[in-house]
Design a protein around this ligand. Structure first.
Ligand SMILES: [Zn+2]
Length: 94
C-alpha cells in the first residue's frame, strides 16, 4: 500500500498511480507490471510525470509583474492629485 498520486484514464479503465512505501512509483496497469525497465514504467507514468513537471516554470515570474503594475498605478494617482484645479477655472472665465 502507499499514497495515491493520481488516477489516470487508460484504454481499459482508470489506473491508480501510487507512491509505495519503498519509494517506487507504481501504476495499476498491466503494462507497468510487465515492464522490464528499472524502475518500472508505463505510458501512464510517463504522462503523469510530464504533466507534473510542466506547470512549475511559468508560475514563478507572475508575482513580479503584479507588483510592477501596482507600483505604476500608484504613481498615476499621485500625478492626478498634484494637478492644481485653479488652472481649469482660468480657461472657463475667458
Ligand atoms: Zn500504467
Amino acid at each position: 500500500m502507499g499514497e495515491v498520486l493520481a488516477r489516470v484514464e487508460g484504454s481499459k479503465g482508470m489506473y491508480d498511480i501510487t507512491m509505495g512505501n519503498d519509494g517506487v512509483v507504481y501504476c495499476a496497469c498491466w503494462a507497468w507490471k510487465m515492464s522490464k525497465e528499472r524502475p518500472k514504467t508505463c505510458k501512464h507514468l510517463r504522462e503523469f510525470l510530464a504533466s507534473k513537471a510542466k506547470p512549475k516554470t511559468p508560475t514563478t515570474p507572475t508575482p513580479v509583474s503584479v507588483t510592477a503594475t501596482t507600483g505604476s498605478m500608484k504613481t498615476a494617482n499621485e500625478v492626478i492629485s498634484s494637478v492644481d484645479p485653479k488652472t481649469w477655472d482660468v480657461e472657463e472665465g475667458s
